[in-house]
Each structure stands twice: as structure tokens, then as C-alpha cells.
Ligand binder design. Structure first.
Ligand SMILES: [Zn+2]
Length: 473
């Protein structure tokens, strides 16, 4: 803009000038928070294509998604030799594409999964497999989990190539099958096992962390650095039983009930690890209400404050300790017989640093009854936390400040599980970071009418565009 001349203006001019200045600022701000229209359009086109492919975890196929991505990449000039398609079975293909850098640094892996949780048309207000833009939202199965990130990785990679961007490391995008529920066709497991060289990287960016907003205000840009893991136990009591007309004190159902009653009154020790310490430190700065003091005290390791906070919300409680809760019950075989079996499933969400043996032994001590057998029903898989790398968090914070000025970046341990766990176990630290903002009270992943604010989709695209560049030059 030109400076305004100091003379020759009538009184109405400065107002016009001020108005123009505001327009200019508004236009500049908008230009910074999202990518240019042509790039937004490309991301949207790919997104639409992905959403409209039925890739339900049980009933669908991910191969058409991998093929659609491959077609886009080839059209943009990526050579066949840099694109690989394959998977555990024909309909569960993954795609891995490599964008070559100078090799100064080890590669960066960008991960997203292309399967989705099943969605039935009759359960939804809109067709879950049509990308619908309505009232400022994109609706459709996978709009949040996880096709937004999948589409953005591909669109941004095409843009880097178009610009002739020369990264100082290879950028690898892997779009994988069957994250939801894992199982035999898990794309990430298949790649780790069969094509480790294709995805080997210094670290990976993935789903699992997103932006939290409340009433339209952005609160935090979350980065997932660790996950709790799941152990399912079966509590079982056997008894010789008998006729119900001749009851005896030793009863399988009562015995199980007593064990569960003890469990219900027990809480695992409250504690911090590196990630939750960083989380509470960040939250203490964000929070303005009465919890602010306790958050700071918890970050400093104050046990009394931990107890107050854990009592306040299930989320704080689950962040501060391993939890175990009874979720299923069975027992007895006839209305007129003493029960020969009583059993319960106890579902534990375990801090990464707590071992299976520790949890199992603790439960045995609490129950303190040899008649109650406590066994795992599946093979639990614990994953380490990713280190909180200063260089990475600096880059995330810089990119975040550019698109979401003033919104803090918060490291998180999450209660749910992602493919990041398998990569962490395989020695590739993984960080869940997206920059897609969702209302913290309206998370619809896996649910009906899944959606993402349209603006959030494009801002996430812009944030990830900037972040990946920053990490590779
Ligand atoms: Zn997901």
C-alpha cells in the first residue's frame, strides 16, 4: 500500500483509507491461514474422491483409495518407481510414495489410514459416503478420521513437486489399510514386516492429535506423543454348584461380586510421565478458571493436587493413572441351580510405563482371593512414548503460530490407540499432529454424521504444508 499523502484530503477520505486498510489486513490474514484456491481445490477433490470410496473396515476395500492416490500422483509427474502399492490381501492395499530430497537428513514419514469405521445410511442424516458441504461443515464417513489427513498429504506432496521444492530429506507418504481394529490386514504392520525399507524414517507424523476448540474459539493444537495400551482380563470363579434349594455360603457369583466390589474401590497410583508432565504444564498456562493452580501443582508433582484433579473429570483421572473397569459379566446356567461359573471382563487402559505383570499382580493383590482367577484374554501390546524432541516441537509451534496465532501447542498422551503405536514399537517415533480443529464437545469420529468444519480442513492443509516444509529444509 502507498502511504497516504498528508494534504489535499477531504474529511471522508481517512475513513475510506481505514476501511481499505482493514480489508487489506483481512485479506492478508486469510491468505496466511489457508493455501491458494487452486491448492484448496485439489485437496478438496482428492478428499471427495477418498470419502466416496466405500472403505469400511469390515465391508469395504482400501485398494481403490490407494489406486486413486496413485493416479493423482502419476498425473502430477511422480515416476512409477517412486510409487508402491500392495497389502496383505487384494482389497486391502496400501500406497507408499517417496518424494526425493537431498538426503542430508533421514526421511520423514507422513502416515494416514484409509479404512473407516462402518457407517449405515439409515443411521445417518446424510449419505455417509458422499462428501456433503453444509452449514460450514464437510460431512461424510472419514471426514475427520482419517481421510482429511490422507487427502492433504497427497495434495501437499503434489504441490511441493509442482513448486520444485527440494527437501533436505526424502518425504514419504504412506496411506494404509485397516487401522480401525487392526487385525490381519493392518497396513502398517504389513509394511513394517515386508517393506520396512520403503517406510523407514527418522520419525513419522500421523493422526491422533488434533486441534481443540470450544464455542468457535481455538484452545490448543494437540500433539499426540504417546498412547495408553489395552489389557483385557477375565476374572473367573468356578464352583461345583448344586441345587438352588440348598444354598451354601461358597457361591461363584457372590465371590466374583466381592472381587469386583474391591476393584471398584481401588485406584491405581496417580503419577506423571514426561508427556503428561508437559501436558499439565501447558494446560496450566491455558486454563484461566479455578483449576489453574492445581494444574500447575500437578505439573510439579503434587500428589494432593493430583487427587483433586483426578476426582474432577474422568479425563484427568485417566491421564494420571492406569485404569481398570469391569465391562462385561456372565454367570450361572439355570434359574434353579447354584452357579458353577461366574466371570467378568475387566478392561484396563494402561500407562505406557506400567507393565502387564505389574497390572496383573496389582489386581491379584487387590482381589486377594485365590479362587478368583485373573488372566489376560489377548496379547497386549505396549508401545513406548515418542521423545518430546525440542527441534520438532519448535517447528510445530512455529507452523502453528503462523496459521493459528496465539494457540498453544500441547503434547498429549491419548487414551485411544493408533497405528503410531506399531511404528513406535518398530523404532520410528511417531507424532499425532494435524491442525484440524474440532469442537471438544462434539467429536464425531466413529459416530453418526461425522464432520469437520470446512475452514478447519483448509487450515489444517495449510498448517501441514508449512510444517512438512519446515521439517525438511
Ligand atoms: Zn483414525
Amino acid at each position: 500500500m502507498r502511504p497516504m499523502p498528508k494534504h489535499g484530503l477531504n474529511s471522508s477520505r481517512p475513513i475510506v483509507a481505514v476501511a481499505l486498510l482493514f480489508l487489506f489486513i483481512a485479506a492478508t490474514t486469510r491468505a496466511q491461514s489457508t493455501r491458494p484456491d487452486s491448492e484448496k481445490q485439489l485437496a478438496r477433490d482428492i478428499y471427495k474422491e477418498f470419502i466416496e470410496i466405500h472403505s469400511g473396515y469390515n465391508s469395504g476395500a482400501t485398494t481403490p483409495v490407494a489406486e486413486a492416490a496413485a493416479a493423482r500422483l502419476k498425473a502430477a509427474g511422480f515416476p512409477d518407481s517412486d510409487i508402491a502399492l500392495g497389502g496383505a490381501i487384494d482389497k486391502k492395499f496400501n500406497i507408499v510414495v517417496r518424494y526425493h530430497g537431498t538426503g542430508k537428513q533421514k526421511p520423514l514419514l507422513l502416515l494416514a489410514h484409509t479404512d473407516v469405521v462402518e457407517a449405515k445410511r439409515e443411521d445417518w442424516t446424510l449419505d455417509p459416503f458422499v462428501l456433503t458441504e453444509k452449514d460450514g461443515y464437510f460431512y461424510g464417513r472419514g471426514t475427520g478420521d482419517d481421510k482429511a489427513q490422507a487427502a492433504v498429504w497427497i495434495a501437499n506432496l503434489i504441490q511441493y513437486k509442482k513448486e520444485g521444492f527440494k527437501p533436505d530429506r526424502d518425504i514419504i507418504v504412506a496411506l494404509t489399510a485397516d487401522e480401525e481394529g487392526g487385525g490381519p490386514y493392518s497396513g502398517i504392520n504389513w509394511l513394517i514386516k515386508n517393506h520396512r525399507d520403503r517406510i523407514d524414517a527418522e520419525y513419522a507424523l500421523n493422526e491422533g492429535g488434533w486441534g481443540e476448540s470450544l464455542d468457535g474459539k481455538k484452545i490448543s493444537n494437540d500433539v499426540q506423543v504417546s498412547e495408553k495400551y489395552v489389557i483385557n482380563f477375565r476374572f473367573e470363579v468356578h464352583n461345583k454348584g448344586g441345587h438352588s434349594s440348598l444354598p451354601v455360603p461358597d457361591n461363584a457369583i457372590y465371590r466374583l461380586a466381592e472381587a469386583l466390589d474391591k476393584l471398584s474401590k481401588f485406584g491405581f497410583p496417580l503419577k506423571l510421565n514426561d508427556v503428561t508432565k508437559a501436558y499439565f504444564t501447558a494446560m496450566a498456562k491455558i486454563e484461566t478458571g479455578p483449576t489453574k493452580d492445581d494444574l500447575a501443582k500437578v505439573a510439579a508433582g503434587d500428589t494432593a493436587a493430583m487427587e483433586r484433579l483426578a476426582a474432577k473429570t474422568p479425563q484427568f483421572n485417566a491421564t494420571l493413572r492406569t485404569t481398570c473397569v469391569a465391562t462385561q459379566l456372565e454367570g450361572g446356567h439355570a434359574v434353579n441351580a447354584l452357579p458353577q461359573l461366574a466371570a467378568a471382563t475387566v478392561n484396563c487402559r494402561v500407562l505406557p510405563e506400567d507393565s502387564l505383570e505389574y497390572v496383573q499382580n496389582t489386581l491379584k493383590q487387590i482381589v486377594a482371593d485365590d479362587e478368583v482367577s485373573i488372566k489376560t484374554t489377548d496379547e497386549p501390546l505396549a508401545g513406548p512414548a515418542s521423545p518430546i524432541r525440542a527441534d520438532l516441537f519448535k517447528a510445530i509451534t512455529e507452523s502453528s503460530n503462523k496459521v493459528f496465532p496465539g494457540v498453544p501447542v500441547v503434547p498429549m498422551m491419548v487414551m485411544g490407540a493408533t497405528d503410531g503405536k506399531y511404528l513406535r514399537i518398530a523404532g520410528i517415533p511417531t507424532y499425532g499432529v494435524q491442525g484440524f480443529f474440532f469442537d471438544r464437545n462434539d467429536i464425531r469420529f466413529h459416530g453418526r454424521d461425522e464432520r469437520i468444519p470446512v475452514q478447519s480442513f483448509y487450515e489444517g492443509q495449510s498448517f501441514l504444508y508449512d510444517l512438512v516444509k519446515r521439517l525438511s529444509q
